[in-house]
Design a protein around this ligand. Structure first.
Ligand code: DGP
Length: 142
């Protein structure tokens, strides 16, 4: 099912294009949580990360460091969060894989920002749960 991002890729809807190649498009987020907030998307219309082909994933991975370097140089930000939501439960709104690149400045420092916060309370990893999860994950991964 086409999303707003497929329409952006197909130029049916305008955006501020930052980078484009055969597999990847980067553009400014229309609702930035910080100056320079941008989105990096595969052209493959996968909904979530686990639906991406290896080629599309590799193309994203290849260009990501370059985009982060450009973002740092262009904005002078002090840090960058890379955020990628999969599924409504994880806060995904547009159902086409996308990575948020969110610059951090002194005024939106991770520890103080009211616009974009990352806060979690670390739990503890028990030996039994670690063993169970490792067994399950390694079995899935082959
Ligand atoms: P998420 O919650 O992770 O699905 O984030 C979706 C992001 O997409 C959100 O930050 C706003 C952005 N967005 C939604 N529609 C448009 C659009 O039409 N143009 C642009 N440039 N960004 C959009």
């Amino acid at each position: 099912m086409p999303t707003i991002f497929s329409k952006i890729i197909d130029r049916e809807i305008p955006c501020h294009r930052l980078y484009e190649d055969e597999h990847v498009l980067a553009f400014l987020d229309v609702g930035p949580v910080a100056r320079g907030h941008c989105l990096v998307i595969p052209k493959q219309p996968a909904v979530e990360l686990d639906g991406l082909s290896d080629d599309a994933a590799a193309a994203l991975g290849r260009v990501m460091p370059r985009l982060v370097r450009a973002l740092k140089a262009a904005t002078g930000c002090a840090g960058v969060n890379v955020l990628q939501n999969n599924g409504a439960a994880a806060g995904q709104v547009v159902m086409h894989v996308h990575f948020h690149l969110i610059p951090r400045y002194s005024e939106n420092h991770a520890s103080a920002s009211t616009q974009f916060g990352l806060k979690w309370q670390a739990g503890t990893l028990s030996d039994s749960d670690a063993a169970d999860l490792t067994t399950r994950m390694t079995a899935e991964l082959g």
